[in-house]
Design a protein around this ligand. Structure first.
Ligand SMILES: NC(=O)C1=CN([C@@H]2O[C@H](COP(=O)(O)OP(=O)(O)OC[C@H]3O[C@@H](n4cnc5c(N)ncnc54)[C@H](OP(=O)(O)O)[C@@H]3O)[C@@H](O)[C@H]2O)C=CC1
Ligand SMILES: CC(C)CCC[C@@H](C)[C@H]1CC[C@H]2[C@@H]3C(=O)C=C4C[C@@H](O)CC[C@]4(C)[C@H]3CC[C@]12C
Length: 206
């Protein structure tokens, strides 16, 4: 049944927790992350579509540069973000072919100042200035309302990366790796609930 007030915009933004480290071989983590980061987006789109057709509304999918040009230590996350591009960019074609007037906006975000990256243990990132979350949120809503196919935010860094990826992909990969301090990434993170060795102890990677 349709909601009485209707629905104008569906913003798909949530993500499950992942790690910033070498892929640890945990296939079940990938399966669960795909469920949270990808399949739930598809399910919510299917459920909301009748209402969005009614309002000629907008679908906004929040992704990352890791969903266009992956860096190391984010294999599970990157896989879920690439899946979003494949699915929603294909679906957009179908909407245009069938004259379904529901827009799809894929947001390619760089590093945003949410304080989450440190919490995830991404100490390996060299100082890349984070962009403000308030401006980011406004750009996400605006790009959806303007029915743009993609949002690149911050524009300078993201457009630069995507342009370089087209012209010289090998050079972009080198540039991405040079922005990561491999020494600060500890191999084999302990399982959940296990204590992390204190900073300064052998192998703690400081
Ligand atoms: N921060 C950044 O630098 C970047 C972020 N992005 C993208 O921006 C978006 C937002 O990221 P950010 O705010 O940093 O992420 P956070 O990890 O801070 O927030 C994720 C949110 O998703 C919610 N969530 C997790 N699991 C579920 C679930 N199963 N059902 C419903 N809600 C759930 C969490 O709720 P709760 O806390 O209650 O669990 C939390 O509010 C993501 O799509 C991310 O990929 C892209 C590039 C860079
Ligand atoms: C070269 C630089 C200019 C830009 C490189 C930036 C790269 C390395 C940045 C940009 C987006 C970042 C990822 C992100 O979006 C969110 C998460 C989710 C979290 O659960 C685990 C960490 C992870 C994967 C971040 C890892 C680092 C990423 C790939």
């Amino acid at each position: 049944a349709l909601l009485p007030g209707g629905l104008d915009m569906l913003i798909l933004n949530h993500i499950g927790h992942s790690y910033f480290n070498y892929f640890d071989g945990d296939v079940d983590h990938i399966r669960k992350l795909l469920e949270t980061n990808f399949l739930s987006y598809v399910a919510m789109t299917v459920t909301a579509l009748p209402m969005l057709k009614e309002s000629e509304g907008n679908i906004v999918v929040v992704s990352s540069v890791a969903g266009k040009a992956p860096g190391p230590f984010a294999a599970p996350y990157s896989a879920t973000k690439f899946a979003l591009d494949g699915f929603f960019s294909s679906l957009r074609h179908e909407f245009i072919i069938e004259n379904v007037n529901v827009s799809i906006t894929l947001c390619i975000l760089g590093y945003i100042d949410t304080g989450k990256l440190n919490a995830t243990g991404a100490r390996g990132l060299r100082r890349v200035a984070p962009s403000p979350k308030e401006e980011c949120a406004l750009e996400i809503i605006r790009s959806g309302a303007l029915r743009q196919h993609e949002l690149h935010y911050p524009p300078g860094i993201v457009n630069g990366m995507l342009l370089l990826r087209g012209l010289a992909p090998g050079f972009l990969d080198t540039l991405i790796r040079s922005n990561i301090v491999v020494e600060n990434v500890q191999r084999a993170p302990p399982p959940h609930g296990t204590r992390v060795p204190p900073a300064g102890s052998p192998g703690s990677g400081r």
